[in-house]
Design a protein around this ligand. Sequence first.
Ligand SMILES: Nc1ncnc2c1ncn2[C@@H]1O[C@H](COP(=O)(O)OP(=O)(O)O)[C@@H](O)[C@H]1O
Ligand SMILES: [Mg+2]
Length: 330
Amino acid sequence: MSAIEAQDLTRVFHVGDEEVRALDGLTVSLERGRLAAVIGPSGSGKSTLMALLGGLDTPSSGSVSVYGQELNGMTPQDLAAYRRSTVGFVFQDFFLLSHLTAIENVEVPLKLAQVSRTERRERANELIELVGLGHRGDHRPQQLSGGERQRVAIARALANRPKLLLADEPTGNLDEKTGHAVTEILLNLNKDRDITVVLVTHNPELANQTEVQFRLGGGKLQQKTVASKEIVPSVKEPEIDMAQDQEPVEITQSTPAKVVILETGFCQAKATDIIHEVRPDLGLFDIPGILNDLPFTVLNGVEREKAEELKKRFEDADCVVELVNTSELK
Ligand SMILES: Nc1ncnc2c1ncn2[C@@H]1O[C@H](COP(=O)(O)OP(=O)(O)O)[C@@H](O)[C@H]1O
Ligand SMILES: [Mg+2]
């Protein structure tokens, strides 16, 4: 059975009057237990593909099946269960909870999966050891370096023993040296466990060490390479640098602030109302239920002043809110 079968995936976004074809008829497959890299210029659809594989987003047309689970037609509840049981996510920005220690951050998805307290602690400790942070388990994110934070995020992504690990530019915010330790962990993951790993990366060191490489361009698969042997030279046209053709939207880099709402109880419903209300004029990108259904909502692309104002409104609605300054994450 394949780990991934994606057929003719198309994802169209409507921004004002404009139509953005983030993916435009992409077909990819990957055997289970493989380590694959997704490469390609900014705006070529890499993150969109990851969101579709991870059940964070649904395609405009086409189909995705992961370990035999057909995602099309799943209800939001089914998708949530799929994410919890099958997928682990690692993002460029770590998304750790700053008021929790490293161990406690790893425990969050276990809590949501209702794993008992003893087993939770035991598994979190093992995972923190696995990523080489045994001596840092009781540190909070601010007391850790960028590379260490990302290692905590990897441990958290592995907590519920996913079959598929999706990492979107995991070393994108790290310098070469700290990125190296993270790279090593990711490269070794699927040797030690029966897990399929898909990495989006601009880091040639990382990409060159993977078994399979998918090169995207303009929302299409330009090339699939298996262990340095090219097998699908599907499109001849030269690599398109989307960044030159159109305004690049590298969302995380252009945003001065992010509003991270840590939803609890009533907050969830109220926050959804506020987001719904503010979204049109802000053109927000919101990602509800990200990170294996950690109860976060992340609002990207919010100007600092607007972010402060939103923070206050969410707090008035009994939400726990954090403002994340993107520049501080680097
Ligand atoms: N939520 C969204 N709304 C509107 N446009 C989007 C959204 N997400 C991505 N896009 C657009 O889709 C294209 C592909 O984006 P993305 O998948 O993030 O590319 P990459 O990760 O390769 O840089 C870009 O042109 C981007 O602006
Ligand atoms: Mg991206």
